[in-house]
Design a protein around this ligand. Structure first.
Ligand code: PEP
Ligand code: MN
Length: 363
């Protein structure tokens, strides 16, 4: 049984004017000039809702640039005064929280390396008691939804009512094209568990390269995310952190202009009726699929009993290879991807085996 969640109501954010809410700015604040120039260009675009810049940077290895520290908070304050943009910063300890609040930072975000740690989350939550600030919680680096939810609960319990979640992908040992795998099902499940939570996608850290930003941002908008956090720097080529994934402010606007925003619903009755009909068809096919699976399992049960009577092992690998090869050919003729075919076939096979195991072990 899942624990009951008590995260309601989440207050509407004052910074949220239209979808997508856009948080942009450099990975790290590096100098006053770099921060002010980036903020000027982003603010002139009129498209940015919140300016971001990390000043305490959680670097994987020591001796990398670890951020400018509190001096950067003064630059962020200046951005707020000069351009009227709300400003945001990453916090990972209670000291970060106190410092950021002292400088009037509007939005605090919790990084992926902090969300994984319940002690750190509790320390931050305690420092936030009685404070009215907006807090965004990135997913933990590992794909564990409960850890993400737990971090959100701790902040909510501290009395923070303006909060949101940032999906930045999950790290893997294997080398993949993306820096962090999206695993979209996880934020979708998060929304199921906490329907009101505003969801922001961070395609910069997910893709790890500027070439992936548009596609990932588009995908998140198609999944009805509320906003985007995108890293932007006046001179990405000279950035002290996350060089490859940062875009110049004008490139950020080009990306934004290419995103197609689809509505979650329509009032057009013709469209609604057609969609309803198509969905009925999907439901009907799903039912048929399960009927077929049931019939297939019944045959597998019969085979199981038969094998038991004749003292034959459950697994016969030559037969399994034959099934896979046949299915891949059949599936591909029907326009299905080979990876998809093997995935469902393996799941079905696993289910057949556990049915047969049960039969074998029946007294
Ligand atoms: C960042 O936003 O600069 C950052 C460090 O992100 P993450 O926690 O997603 O790695
Ligand atoms: Mn970064």
């Amino acid at each position: 049984m899942e624990n009951k969640l008590d995260i309601s109501p989440i207050e509407k954010w004052d910074v949220y004017k239209q979808r997508p809410l856009l948080i942009a700015g450099p990975c790290s604040a590096e100098s006053e000039n770099q921060v002010m120039e980036t903020a000027r260009l982003l603010s002139e675009s009129g498209r940015v809702d919140v300016f971001r810049a990390g000043i305490w940077k959680p670097r994987t290895r020591p001796n990398s640039f670890e951020g400018v520290g509190s001096v950067g908070l003064g630059w962020l304050k200046q951005v707020k005064q000069e351009y009227g943009l709300p400003v945001s910063v990453e916090v990972a300890t209670e000291k970060h929280v106190y410092e950021a609040l002292k400088f009037g930072i509007d939005v605090l975000w919790i990084g992926a390396r902090t969300t994984v740690n319940p002690f750190a989350m509790q320390e931050i939550a305690d420092a936030l008691k009685g404070v009215d600030v907006m807090v965004l919680i990135k997913n933990p680096i590992n794909p564990e939804l409960d850890l993400w939810i737990g971090a959100i609960e701790r902040i909510y319990k501290a009395g923070i009512k303006r909060l949101g979640a940032i999906h930045r992908g999950f790290s893997t040992f294997e080398k993949t094209a993306y820096r962090n795998l999206p695993k979209w099902q996880i934020p979708i499940d998060l929304r199921q568990r906490i329907p009101e939570i505003p969801l922001i996608c961070d395609p910069s850290h997910m893709g790890g390269s500027k070439s992936f930003i548009l596609d990932l941002a588009q995908k998140s908008m198609d999944l009805n995310f509320d906003g985007l956090m995108i890293e932007s720097h006046v001179e990405p080529e000279n950035a002290l952190s996350d060089k490859k994934q940062q875009v110049k402010p004008y490139e950020l606007i080009e990306i934004l202009n290419k995103i197609i925003l689809r509505k979650p619903d329509s009032e057009d009755t013709g469209f609604i009726n057609t969609l309803e009909e198509l969905r009925n068809q999907i439901d009907m096919y799903d039912e048929q699929l399960f009927d077929i699976l049931e019939s297939r399992m019944l045959v597998a049960d019969t085979i199981g009993r038969y094998k038991k009577e004749h003292n034959i092992t459950i697994l016969q690998s030559s037969r399994w290879k034959e099934i896979v090869n046949k299915a891949v050919t059949m599936g591909m003729e029907r326009g299905l991807g080979s990876e998809f075919i093997t995935t469902i076939l393996e799941a079905i096979h696993q289910e057949s085996i556990s049915h047969q195991m049960k039969i074998m072990n029946e007294k």
